[in-house]
Design a binder for this molecule. Sequence first.
Ligand SMILES: [Zn+2]
Length: 339
Amino acid sequence: MEISDRYHSLNAVVYPWFDGQWQRVLKLFNDQRLPHALLLNGMPGIGKVRLAEAIAGYVMCHQPLNDKACGECRSCQLLNSSGHPDLYFLQPEAPGKAIKVDQVRQLTEFMHNTSQQGGYRVVLLEPAEAMNTSAANALLKTLEEPGRDTLLILITHQLGQVMPTIKSRCQRLDCHLPNSEVAANWLSAELEIDTDAARKLLNIVHGAPIAGLTFKKEGLQALRADFLTALRDLLRQKVTPLEVASQFSKEDIEQLLGWLHGLLADITRILMTQNNDMIRNVDMLKMLSGVAKHTTPEKVFTLSDFVQSECLGLQRRQNPNKQLLLERTLIDWTALVRS
Ligand SMILES: [Zn+2]
């Protein structure tokens, strides 16, 4: 990695639902009991990276004020502009790729240098589960002997995939999904939409507010609409699984499978409760109740398990043929309503 890649200006925000976590870290820091390594754990799309950035900004600030970084000292100025020489940001070289051992070795060198601005040196590493085994092993020594005034903040969206030896050397900070009321109010203010629309949006993104924001800003709404229309057309035999798979093969397959998994959960809800009020994807009610009428729980569970395990495979960076994977899934989707 080029040295310039690791510089990173901060975009620190403590979202209201993380106030408890924030206060806990401040207390540890103010009591001089802050550990050398924190592991921020929680589902994606809830703002953990911003929280990590806020923690970094706070411990590096020379004169924090009212539980916040001052925004004015030399350190805050560096962090808010081009980046700070004592902050190291480590991510995979491309989204979805592994964090490699060479990247961790460079990080270790940084950790053993002395601070350039005479304060804390902070590392943000995200996502922790992207470290392959040799990268994780290379980090272990640093976690054991981190040096004075250093803080490693590891962020994970998949705690189960982080090596136990890494987990056991970090203090865990669990970051929970905000309750639906808080999330809907926040998202409606942020997007200037009514709370009902915000609630619908949250249903699509499993309740994660920042994912809701991204969904809207990156125009994922259109992609979701196209994909859901394709799923409906498949059931009506207007298109074939092969056609749909090649139409969407360049998209984020994990995202598509995530949406499909949400639909399958809704079909299960209808099958189990005989009640349409429980479903999340309310805009697809007609299709979902139609499928529920013509399928069996066994078929839905089997497909649901398959989709989940394939998503896990994608997260583990196994490299399947994405178009084939999608086609296979879509064949099973159409088979839900065939006897
Ligand atoms: Zn400051």
